[in-house]
Design a protein around this ligand. Sequence first.
Ligand SMILES: [Zn+2]
Length: 116
Amino acid sequence: MRCEEAASLMPAYLEGELPEAKRLELEKHLSSCPTCKRKFEELVRNRELLNRERDNILKAPRTLAEGVLERIRREKETLRKRARMLRSGLLGFVFALGAAFLTTLFKRKKHQPERR
Ligand SMILES: [Zn+2]
């Protein structure tokens, strides 16, 4: 195997996508060619760095998104509570108004003598 071919097969080898025969050929070349071995090791290192970087990138927005979702959920809960309070408050107000109205109505009926 030539160095060019070995280099071109390295990514597929790292992905585990290389057929058995090619894999063995590449491994044989790597064990006998220091230049390609160094290149391969560099590739492995870069890949690890890249994976770590990708993990970090993938992790960061997730926690960010979770934080945002958590905040939205909390705000929704607050709004729901506020709406509930407002509704019950409004209901109480309407009841009080109705009661006051009825009381005045009764009082007026009681105090006012019937007109004929
Ligand atoms: Zn080589």
